[in-house]
Design a protein around this ligand. Structure first.
Ligand SMILES: [Zn+2]
Length: 661
């Protein structure tokens, strides 16, 4: 008998879609790892109904309907899952129990979770929130029951803490509610308590959406009610002053709560959490981001776009759209990452900041991708798809240690620097938290389908070229993507349909490929000379149809913004870096303290420069050995360089930006 499968919506627009539990058709056999969802899960998923005012054209295909096949993303997902299994829920719950007056069951973890060095940021407990999200996403991505079992256990414990604590608040701060009390009273507060609480909110939301936990929803709503109660005496002015302190995506998650409850008090609360000092200039198309903490802003913008969907107020959307354009167009490095020392800097100062060891915080890329995904669903243009692809490979896939599964904080552009990763039990940075989520949701932005009530009802968008299997239930279609991209610029889509189905298959012709050609069942079917567009293939599709896509990859140089003599090498969407050697012993690049990144491994490393005209350099770079490995041919000074994908660079010094002589 085909298994039943939990069919839920996704993380960035998580609760806007009613998705009933459906029995699978014949294609279910292809997804053998899926589990039978519980009745409770079904009830929960069905309760989260549509409540959007503005409906996007597309919606991402559900994570439960996409399975990764062999390739670098599946490997990264497996490493992440192994790490999630090593973490002990009772240790993450330690301080939640203490604050609720309950006996902890295991020793607390180190790093940001307890150690005095980081006490002033008040991030205690953020890891548990990220863990709930990551384990819930991993359950949706794999169907592995152990993930759901862990989520359910944690939710049960949080419920006990919430009941014992009486107010509805659950937190792990060392001084319990003191800093929140300070903030709402307009006093100076230590750290970023709302930022940390946002992770707990989001974890509860995702436990409900992806694991079907009704109890998670109950705890979440009580927590949201507490947030309303504790802030209700504040004037708007006091509230805005409070929002001067980093508060994560509180506006987004409260909008999600509203979408779940339809309780009228939750929507105004979500809107109160919108930081007007950031919202207003962005909505007017003014970039006032210089000097602002990057990762403080991006989640606010995700919340603006979420609120646009719920309220229809156009200034939320214009702010989100403009922010995306200005950050990706003028404030990003070649990988898609942004910022130095966690802050946006003036756009004419790249040349100064490129030598920093603290460029490109990984969390920023995580949040930019969440924003991109939402905007793409609203307006499916290849510009969003291209950014998503580039940033996914060059920051997210690049952020994981291929040996230990640990994650980067900064991804340095400094000449000849190296990647430093967190330690497993004594770091717990922000980027550890978003890091465990990153590799649990690769399936969430590959395929988008037209909304049933929208103008593109019969459309399927193929946004990423990753080996995977999609179960498009509404159509009874299984789509298998077979590819070794980016090792070749080709992908192959194999269709299996219960009965023949008419729909338009939209395939991204990436901005990096001069042409894209398509064969259907061996015959030339379409050719595009418009890089950065989608190719629509409208026909009646049937089992056995095969679509082959050919996108020739080429080398190019991309200048560091504002310079004429500093450039990176890019192959297709893949940023190549110089493999400089100076190997670091396995484990030596696991680093506890993110503040001291930049002051380690600073022995001089020779970094070649390239001689020649910028436009002529790609012709002097030749394939060399394994796939995606290249060598400069006579242009390196004093010596030639071997180039490998940034996403594969680990345990050795690398170079991303080259001086052009
Ligand atoms: Zn971070």
């Amino acid at each position: 008998m085909p298994p039943k499968k939990l069919h839920l919506s996704k993380s960035t627009s998580p609760i806007t879609r009613r998705q009933a539990l459906k029995a699978l058709g014949s294609g279910a056999l292809l997804l053998a790892t899926d589990v039978v969802a519980s009745r409770r899960a079904c009830a929960a998923s069905q309760s989260s109904g549509e409540s959007s005012v503005t409906t996007p054209i597309l919606e991402p295909c559900a994570l439960t309907d996409v399975r990764l096949l062999d390739g670098p993303f599946l490997e990264a997902q497996k490493r992440d899952e192994a790490y999630l299994l090593k973490l002990e829920p009772d240790r993450m719950l330690h301080n939640f129990r203490v604050n609720a007056g309950l006996e902890p069951k295991a020793a607390v973890y180190g790093g940001w979770e307890s150690v005095q060095t980081w006490a002033d940021i008040r991030a205690h407990g953020h890891t548990l929130g990220h863990y709930l999200t990551a384990a819930s996403l991993m359950f949706a991505s794999t169907g592995h029951e152990e993930m759901k079992r862990r989520v359910d256990y944690i939710i049960g414990e949080l419920k006990e803490c919430q009941d014992a604590g009486k107010t509805g608040l659950i937190c792990a701060f060392p001084d319990n509610t003191t800093q929140i009390d300070n903030l709402v009273a307009g006093r100076r507060a230590i750290g970023v308590p709302w930022y940390t609480l946002h992770k707990i909110f989001a974890g509860l939301r995702d436990a409900h959406l992806f694991c079907g936990s009704a109890l998670a929803r109950e705890v979440l709503v009580k927590l949201a009610d507490w947030a309303g109660d504790v802030t209700k005496g504040m004037t708007d002015e006091q509230f805005q002053r409070m929002l001067g302190v980093e508060h994560g995506g509180m506006n987004e998650v409260l909008a999600d709560v509203y979408s779940l409850t339809r309780d009228e008090k939750h929507l105004p609360l979500a809107e109160r959490f919108c930081h007007q000092a950031v919202l207003m200039p962005l909505s007017e198309g003014r970039d006032t981001l210089n000097g602002l903490h990057s990762n403080t802003q991006i989640p606010k913008i995700v919340g603006f776009e979420r609120l646009y969907r719920l309220t229809g107020k156009p200034h939320y959307h214009s702010a989100a759209e403009f922010f995306w354009k200005t950050v990706t167009g003028t404030r990003s490095f070649v990988t898609g990452g942004n910022g130095d020392n966690e802050h946006f800097f003036p756009i004419n100062e790249f040349a100064r900041h490129v030598s920093s060891a603290k460029t490109m915080e990984t969390c920023c890329s995580y949040n930019m991708l969440r924003l991109t995904r939402m905007l793409f669903a609203n307006e499916p243009t290849a510009a969003y798809g291209d950014y998503y692809e580039k940033t996914l490979y060059n920051t997210i896939l690049a952020s994981q240690d291929p040996d230990t599964g640990m994650m980067t904080y900064f991804q340095s552009t400094r000449l000849g620097y190296l990647k430093l990763f967190c330690t497993p039990f004594d770091s717990f940075w922000c980027c550890t938290g978003t890091g465990i989520e990153n590799h649990a949701k690769y399936g969430d932005s590959m395929y988008f389908r037209g909304r049933a009530d929208g103008p593109q009802r019969d459309a399927l968008y193929v946004n990423l070229f990753i080996a995977s299997m999609l179960d498009w239930k509404e159509k009874g279609v299984i789509l298998k993507q077979v590819t070794s991209f980016p090792e070749t610029g080709k992908t192959r889509l194999e269709i299996k349909a219960a009965s023949s189905q008419r729909f338009a298959l939209h395939i991204r012709h990436p901005g990096w490929a001069a042409t894209a050609s398509i064969r259907i069942n061996g015959h030339a079917a379409a050719a595009s000379h418009k890089p950065g567009s989608f190719i629509a293939l409208q026909r009646r599709w049937k089992t056995g149809d095969v679509v082959e896509v050919d996108m020739p990859m080429a080398l190019r140089m991309e200048l560091l913004p504002g310079t004429t003599d500093t450039a990176a090498v890019v192959y297709g969407p893949i940023v190549l870096v110089g493999a400089l050697g100076h190997e670091v012993k396995r484990g030596e690049d696991l680093h506890v303290n993110e503040r001291t990144i930049g002051s380690v491994f600073n022995e001089p490393v020779e970094v070649p420069a390239f001689a020649g005209e910028l436009t002529g350099i790609p012709a002097k770079i030749k394939p060399s050995g394994p796939p995606l490995t290249f060598k400069t041919d006579g242009i390196g000074r004093p010596s030639d360089a071997t180039l490998i994908p940034f996403y594969k660079a680990a345990h050795q010094h690398y170079n991303m930006y080259w001086k052009i002589l």
